[in-house]
Design a protein around this ligand. Structure first.
Ligand code: URA
Length: 184
């Protein structure tokens, strides 16, 4: 585990813990408020994120930003990251070994940010954070509590681009998040 952002940055800039380093342009560590109550975890950088080094800046990210604005949640107030920090070729799902190699970075990020709520965007985030036995179809829209953090799994924004009807669920799930944020 890393105790400071400095340590994470020093290590990750030369990271070769899995084969994803071979094709990366930029490492996408995360973005946002490092003291946020709310954290989003996606799957991994796509082409736009790999180019810019910032998470969720492509089409899926723009859709997510719109939803956040609609709910009155500002993107900059949250901390946004992914399961893997380097782009999987062709945007394939990260392999279990790749996710595991990157997990120390994610755990350290969670420990440093200390969010109250984590939104898990899609199956990859859900399975690698809460357990491989979970599925997004069965788990989305439900609260899970683990080690003092509330987890809300929901659809990955890219799924909303493929299936418009999922936008309603996504909106409902984020409303639950908003309500919980306001509880405190
Ligand atoms: N999809 C993700 O899961 N993460 C990103 O950063 C962008 C797209």
């Amino acid at each position: 585990m890393y105790e400071t952002w400095e340590q994470i940055k020093n290590d990750i800039c030369n990271c070769q813990k899995c084969k994803l380093y071979q094709n990366r342009t930029n490492i996408v560590l995360g973005e946002g408020n490092k003291n946020a109550d709310l954290m989003f975890i996606g799957e991994g950088p796509g082409a736009d994120e790999d180019r810019e080094g910032i998470p969720f800046v492509g089409k899926a990210g723009k859709l997510m930003n719109q939803a956040l604005i609609g709910l009155g949640l500002k993107r900059q107030e949250a901390y946004i990251t992914n399961i893997v920090k380097c782009r999987p070729p062709g945007n394939r799902t990260p392999e279990l070994e790749e996710a595991k190699s990157c997990m120390n970075y994610l755990r350290s990020q969670v420990m440093l940010v200390k969010p109250k709520i984590i939104v898990l965007l899609g199956n990859t985030a859900l399975k690698n954070v809460l357990g491989q036995e979970y599925s997004i179809t069965a788990s989305r829209g439900k609260w899970f509590q683990k080690k003092g953090i509330w987890y809300m799994p929901t659809w990955h924004p890219a799924a909303l681009l493929r299936d418009e009807s999922k936008k309603i669920d996504f909106w409902k799930d984020l409303k639950l998040v908003l309500e919980k944020m306001e509880e405190k």
